[in-house]
Unconditional design. Structure first.
Length: 159
């Protein structure tokens, strides 16, 4: 069966896309592309922020564990501040986020008077700055620990 040219032209026109369909499909593909780029950008920023938060927690734990291992006579001579640099992609520790830490020593007041001269409370704080584009976002974490005159360090040093 053969179709005449007039009938054949109608079938060819029916198989083509209209301009409106093409524009809508280009718009949808463009929105998907932009959404993918934004999602990847936000994802990388969140992962970077989570890494810095985890590094701050690591610094806090490291410092408090070190405090527990000092002998009682070494505790008055510890440094009150420290700076740690973190960049997971750098070959050296010269760039990246800077973490500023402070160590504050005090006598716990909630304890009975007999124990106050045999215990110390340490507050370790870490500050650093994240950036949302060019907007700085200051971050802060802190941890407290108690150290006893007759604590764990006696087992380590054999006193």
């Amino acid at each position: 069966m053969r179709l005449s040219r007039e009938e054949n032209r109608g079938l060819i026109r029916a198989r083509a896309y209209t301009l409106a369909e093409v524009l809508v499909s280009v718009l949808v593909v463009g929105l998907v592309g932009v959404s993918f780029y934004v999602a990847m950008s936000v994802g990388f920023r969140l992962v970077g922020s989570a890494r810095e938060n985890l590094r701050a927690a690591h610094l806090l734990i490291q410092c408090t564990e070190n405090l527990r291992l000092y002998s009682w006579s070494q505790l008055p001579s510890i440094t009150n501040s420290f700076i740690a640099v973190y960049d997971p992609y750098a070959a050296t520790n010269k760039s990246g986020a800077k973490f500023y830490g402070t160590v504050t020593r005090s006598t716990p007041t909630a304890l009975p008077a007999a124990y106050q001269n045999k215990m110390l409370m340490f507050d370790v704080a870490v500050r650093w700055t994240n950036y949302n584009g060019t907007t700085p976002i200051p971050q802060y974490r802190h941890m407290q620990t108690y150290v006893s005159k007759y604590g764990m360090q006696n087992y380590v040093y054999g006193q």
